[in-house]
Design a protein around this ligand. Sequence first.
Ligand code: PEP
Length: 235
Amino acid sequence: MAKLIAGNWKMYKTPSEAKTWFQDLVKELPSTANAALMVPFTALPYAAEILEGYAAWGAQDVSVHVEGAYTGEISAKMLADLGCSYCLVGHSERRTYHGESDSLVAQKALRLQEVGITPIVCVGEPLEVREAGKQVKYTLEQLAKSTQGLDRFVVAYEPVWAIGTGKTASSEDANAMHQALKETLPGGTAVLYGGSVNPGNASSLFAESYIDGGLVGGASLKIADYLQLLAAAVG
Ligand code: PEP
């Protein structure tokens, strides 16, 4: 089976743009691809209609509450009803811009687990931690706190300094971190790498034995680039 390539569209594409993109993707998607797309909430109904049988889909965040008077929130049950297989939690953009703590991330992931959606728990160190050489300790602690109480999840290791910056961890550095993470995780837990993955660096990253796939922002927005990543993950 090919390694999983999860796209993270962030706040890009209107529902109509997403619909056309999904229709174009399924025409070209090889059956060997292991694709999942984390799209804006507003694109999920089209994902459910068009991607079934071709790719998995999911959201980029979820409410920590089950239901109730929480204006503007989207619950895990709503995502399950839209057929989501996955949902990101703790993306560094949410930790930074919305002040999300490790314990909030763990509680959101639990809401997903309760309805059968696999959380993709994002962790990774900021630049100053990497420069001080403390990235393994930092990321292991963040992971332990962000997954408390969970028993089935995917991890995305995304060094914060590499997200959307064009800078990537070397394949060897990323692999070493993935090995350290996997040694503390339940057997079989997939660890994806994220941070400026693109068609130029994908093959060397996905060739590494502890890297189980990718979480990809910018390069998941164009079908041609996304198809190249999926091909690199087939090996
Ligand atoms: C991301 O959004 O999780 C990400 C890794 O973005 P990019 O690939 O653009 O660095």
